[in-house]
Design a protein around this ligand. Structure first.
Ligand code: ZN
Length: 247
């Protein structure tokens, strides 16, 4: 069977070292997400499970050039602490932790690092620091959420509520119905938008995200510009762009 392992933690130090010495590994993904309430019907691991899936699949497209760091499974979720069970860290702790993981990868010799995000609450804190971190690390460092890569036409054609990612509603329910339907607790689904979630929508949304993330990595490795500003998709077909100025 061919070796398709992409997680750093799945390699021995010998395997990792030999791949670095041979110039095989050209980029790394740092998945970052959350453990937080996802309405009554989705499990709190949702964002971490999704971003890890996207990172793994995108890395496999470019195997063996891309490795995936261990996911950062607790993010900035202060806004959901009223729902017990949510885990959060302070924004500055989250950002510094992400920085240290990226710094470790740079010390290993990796020159292209994509922080791949799967949780909305992490976006503004990291966008405020990404320029500073890029200067400090002196590597090709990017921060993107996996949904930044979607073609707006696909999103607005498919999503009846037009919201993406939203929170535990139509989009996330749809994709989880594909990745792990047993994690969608339908008997507790009491959310109007989540009720619009279908496996069919999820199937149409997963592969474009994997393709888009792997294309960002391909461009980073090739030294090409990446034009993928952080976005969210909103009602009425509006695209909300998050720039360094607007955070
Ligand atoms: Zn979520």
């Amino acid at each position: 069977m061919s070796d398709t392992r992409v997680f750093v933690g799945d390699l021995t130090r010998k395997e990792f070292r030999e791949r670095m010495n041979a110039g095989t590994i050209k980029a790394a993904i740092v998945p970052a997400a959350a453990t937080e309430q996802h309405n009554e019907h989705l499990e709190m691991i949702h964002d971490t499970l999704h971003v890890t899936y996207m990172a793994e699949q995108a890395a496999k497209v470019l195997h063996p050039q891309v490795v995936v760091a261990s996911p950062i499974a607790i993010g900035v979720s202060e806004h959901w602490m009223e729902h017990v069970g949510t885990l959060t860290v302070r924004p500055e702790v989250f950002c510094e932790y992400v920085f240290d993981v990226c710094h470790s990868l740079k010390r290993a010799g990796i020159e292209n690092i994509l922080i791949l995000n799967g949780h909305g609450g992490n976006v503004k804190p990291l966008m405020r620091r990404i320029g500073e971190y890029r200067d400090k690390l002196k590597v090709n460092l990017r921060f993107q959420s996996y949904w930044d890569v979607y073609d707006p036409t696909l999103v607005f054609d498919l999503m009846e509520h037009n919201r993406l990612p939203g929170h535990a509603c139509e989009f996330e329910t749809s994709t989880m119905l594909v990745l792990a339907p047993e994690r969608v607790h339908k008997e507790d689904l009491d959310h109007e938008s989540a009720a619009l979630g279908t496996k069919q929508k999820g199937e149409q949304l997963l592969q474009p995200a994997v393709d888009g993330v792997s294309e960002i990595l391909r461009k980073m490795i090739a030294g090409e510009d990446v034009d993928a500003p952080p976005v969210t998709f909103r009602e009425g077909g509006r695209i909300h762009m998050i720039t360094g100025d607007s955070v």
